[in-house]
Design a protein around this ligand. Sequence first.
Ligand code: HEM
Length: 131
Amino acid sequence: MADKEFTYSDVSEHATKKDLYMVIHDKVYNASSFVDEHPGGEEVLLDVGGQDSTEAFEDVGHSDEAREILEGLLVGKLKRQEGDPKPKSYGQSSTTTATTDSASAGVGLYAIILIGGILAFLAYKFLQTQQ
Ligand code: HEM
């Protein structure tokens, strides 16, 4: 059963509380039996019902226990088709780019402060020798 393949449109047909599928890391889970037990509330699960909820799931930082429960809900894997939304590989693509950007911006800022400091020091030394 867990070998079954679902397309995005298959998954999107299961978006009600009694029949709730979601995609996490390209695997398809049937969360219907867990909705009432979810410590984070049923609302959030219903929100992502029938969709890719990888980001929402990972953003919360779910425990290993949560991941074990998740494995028990597995019904199949996602069959990606052309035109489907891109894989939401968490911690890669967009997130990494953002981190790299801010990191290099940080380095740039330090470089400017450092160069500014050196210039100020040289100017100070220069003025001293002038006197
Ligand atoms: C079927 C998929 C999911 C399972 C099996 C699951 C399971 C769990 C479990 C076991 C916890 C307790 C804390 C922990 O062990 O990490 C939890 C907490 C939580 N979950 Fe989920 N979760 C799922 C999907 C989601 C999604 C899609 C969201 C969307 C935002 C979400 C939001 C939360 C929040 C906000 C908490 C924290 C509740 C609190 O500490 O007050 N969960 N979840």
